[in-house]
Design a protein around this ligand. Sequence first.
Ligand code: SAM
Length: 525
Amino acid sequence: MSQTPPSDGSRRNAKGRERNRGQRGPGRGPDGGQRRQYSQKAPSQRSRRADPARTVAFRVLRAVSRDDAYANLVLPAELRRASLDRRDAGFATELTYGALRAQGTYDSILSHCVDRGLDQLDAPILDALRLGVHQLLAMRVTTHAAVNETVGLVRAEIGAGPSGFVNAVLRRVSEKSMDQWVEEISDSEETGSDAALALRHAHPAWVVRALRQSLKLYGRSEDLEELLAADNASPEIHLVDLPGVGQARLPSALEAGAVASELVEGAAVFRGGDVGRLPGVPEGELRVQDIGSQWIARALAGAWTPETTDPDVAGEHWLDLCAGPGGKAALLAALAAEHGATLLANEPTAHRAELVSKALAPVAAESWTVRTGDGRSISETGESFDRILIDAPCTGLGALRRRPEARWRRKPADLAELTVLQEELLDAGVGVLSPGGVLAYVTCSPHLAETLVQVEDTLRRHPELQLLDAHEAMASAALPSGAETMFAASADGQDDSISAKLVQLWPDAHGTDAMFFALLHKPAS
Ligand SMILES: C[S@@+](CC[C@H](N)C(=O)[O-])C[C@H]1O[C@@H](n2cnc3c(N)ncnc32)[C@H](O)[C@@H]1O
């Protein structure tokens, strides 16, 4: 029977006694208190240079677990610092994102290979182990290279002390394939249960449950595994050409290899190369934006109400209540400018409000203003609005593809605070909605507590409001095949339920983030 490696990173002699005991710091523990400083004094071993791509991945994982950093912001800086060539940068990216995305599953595997709780390990060692596991179980790296290179990384970045431990743990991990590990660990779980799917597709079980419930509401129960798999794939880059702003930029993007979207006008999918070099991107006229977001902004700008006799929006005043960093606001402002309306973009955080101003800068300045303030106090402006977007702060469970670490950081307890804020923002928005106006409630989350329940509660609190069919607004803002997709998803006027009027986009079905869109109308009389 193989010995379980000691989990504290110490090395043992032939009799299993710990070496280097004297280096243990008294306050060492899982609570983030003072930890052991690994061998400042092992020059012969520390002189070994770690592989630069793995070092980049390790440093990003450290920033994420130590500083709560976002990997998608730290990684580019680390890649630049290390001056990696294209191939190594690709390797570092795959290793970083893969290890972060599957962290929960890898931790379950590691806890079978270590003789005590993972919370007893020093955080840098755990991060290095996660990188090793990803190479062993999910990348085309030989066992020898995965183990040796991770041990080399540990020596160079942490110290020689834990290298024997890391070596032994990774050798145990390498005894089984990913499928075998998943099977062994989920043995006691019912196949297809939330816990089993969580392990297989590297999502927290509470997220699997939330996605399952939402899919069921929209008649897509069968598609849960496809959705979980889509969450683990890298998203494509979507582009928006701001209408009426500067020159038309889509044609040169298409020449550079982008493919025009079949869902909405002015949108394209870009699969290769440096997006920053496309003409129009440096000027802010061609922007990176998920097609789901573009579609919803266009649907709000063009939405009809039962009282609308023509779609003329000239002279209207629009509000984006939660505008930062300004993606939807930029498109709304461009559409407002094109059709003679004006937009107020509101954002409470000063640095995000600055990003909004920057995003809106290419649009004619007389068409928009930015307010830095809490959306809940929007009535202080004394203004009322014909079209309002509330793209509310939410759990972001619809954009898990974009932030590999997000799924493990979010906790079900976050919902309590967020749903209260969403409710207050909805009340504030309804308070400044002009009679005859429309309000779009949008989240980047399909969680029912943030979507359906918020809409039901708002209709209960404000019985004067009508819920419009959001599919119709989406269809009329779409190209023919986008309209077809929307009409296929709508309940054909037969179903009077609230959910039949709500739009839920999905990464596996639409190739967009899982955006939610409800359209509320305040009748004129
Ligand atoms: C989902 S993001 C909006 C994304 C944006 N619409 C876009 O397309 O780029 C939610 C925004 O709400 C902002 N926010 C948070 N609390 C808020 C509040 N009390 N009032 C208004 N906005 C708030 C956040 O700072 C964040 O920028």
